[in-house]
Design a protein around this ligand. Structure first.
Ligand SMILES: *Cc1c(COP(=O)(O)O)cnc(C)c1O
Length: 393
């Protein structure tokens, strides 16, 4: 790029690195400090208050009275457990496949020899409940429905509540929701909607490093567990359920991450409040979407957007990898790339977790700067105007 012109060459400036991928998201300083404390031993009284605060706080975030198991793994470990603990080889599952993470449900099922019927949803769209109803009606032996609440690869959300209502018309079927970019992002009330399993992970709305998966299980899911014969050892949730009420885990817990979780739950539940967290996330998501439109860019999921992130098509004439590289190397802004068939075609900006209004404006400004540096002829400048207007408060 041209380094002439006013000011010092860019490499002499301090360049801050900013994370805008939908996981991991930035970790607040006080959460990092909580994790830096000396380790208590997990089987001692010194650790019990932390475990208990996490156990009870998670129930509030998941909006459930059911147990929420904490596993030392990333979110995918929780998804894995949500298949192996509920079903047996040869069982039939329905999978809603509208992106990379929907594909993951199908891959996990296949690995356990669970038969799947997949509803392929156009990437960027939400699932159609009528298609789910038709699939359930045509396949009375379906025992579990797997879906994402928020499909992070496309930025779309699925109509979980409507689908849960359909599943509930049968009493031999469970609904399993990957809520990894929905829990703590927007309203997804597990008990009220009758969701049987909800999975989440630490590096998304919980503002922690990766390494914890959370799996909440309804009574029906716990009943399924007793009959499920898929092989499992580390991820056998019966072991966790047997000891969790006593503030213990089956194996050594990720002690430092739980110390961080105790702190982040204080922020989410006691300081901002769950509804405040949802409102902030929705506000910056809305402003970012409108800003992208104002620039003249197309959204990947215009009709059913998730507040967790905004996915945007790279405009014609611009190369996706170059745009991301410019944002990262020249501006210090890390956005996520497209996955699977969207590779090189989209970029994604996170809103879930530790982001405020000025973070959103920064991301919008960076996209405009990068696009104009790469020769984009759209309305750069309009995005920041729009975002600022919507975020003025
Ligand atoms: C991040 C994410 C996951 C989990 O990914 P890990 O890399 O295992 O943490 C699963 N589903 C969705 C929708 C996600 O956004």
């Amino acid at each position: 790029m041209d380094r002439e012109g006013p000011g010092a060459p860019l490499e002499r400036h301090v360049l801050k690195t900013r994370l805008f991928q939908p996981g991991p998201v930035p970790v607040p300083d006080r959460v990092r400090l909580a994790m830096a404390q000396a380790l208590p031993h997990h089987r001692t009284a010194a650790f019990q208050p932390t475990f208990e605060a996490c156990r009870l706080g998670l129930k509030r975030v998941f909006q459930t009275d059911q147990p929420v198991v904490m596993l030392a793994s990333t979110g995918t470990g929780g998804m894995d457990a949500a298949v192996s603990n509920l079903l047996s080889p040869g069982d039939h599952a329905l999978v809603i496949r509208g992106g990379k993470f929907g594909e993951r449900w199908a891959e996990i099922c296949a690995r356990y020899d669970v038969r799947t019927t997949c509803i392929d949803v156009e990437w960027g769209s939400g699932a159609d409940p009528q298609a789910v109803k038709a699939a359930l009606d045509a396949n009375p032996d379906i025992r579990a429905v797997y879906l994402q609440a928020s499909e992070t690869s496309t930025g779309a959300s699925h109509p979980v509540r409507e689908i849960a209502d359909l599943v509930h018309r049968r009493d031999d079927c469970v609904i399993v929701v990957d809520g990894i970019t929905a829990v703590g992002v927007y309203d997804l009330p597990m008990d009220k909607w009758g969701l049987d399993v909800v999975v989440s992970g630490s590096q998304k709305s919980f503002m922690l490093p990766p390494g914890l998966a959370f799996v909440a299980l309804s009574e029906r899911a716990q009943r399924f567990m007793k009959e499920a014969r898929c092989p499992r050892f580390y991820f056998d949730l019966a072991g966790e359920l047997g000891v969790i009420e006593g503030n213990q885990s089956a194996w050594t817990p990720a002690i430092s991450l739980l110390m961080g979780l105790e702190e982040s739950l204080k922020i989410i539940l006691d300081e901002e409040g769950l509804e405040g967290t949802w409102a902030r996330t929705e506000q910056i998501a809305h402003a970012t979407r409108e800003a992208m439109r104002a620039i003249g860019l197309d959204l990947v999921a215009p009709d059913s957007p998730s507040a967790a992130l905004t996915a945007v098509f790279v405009p014609d004439g611009i190369e996706g990898p170059k745009l991301r590289a410019y944002l990262r190397d020249e501006l210090g802004i890390n956005v996520a790339e497209g996955q699977g068939k969207f590779k090189g075609k989209i970029f994604r900006i996170a809103h879930l977790g530790y982001y405020d209004r000025f973070d959103a404006i920064t991301a919008v400004a960076a996209v405009e700067m990068a696009l104009s540096a790469l020769g984009f002829s759209g309305k750069t400048g309009e995005g920041v105007v729009k975002a600022t207007e919507l975020l003025r408060g």
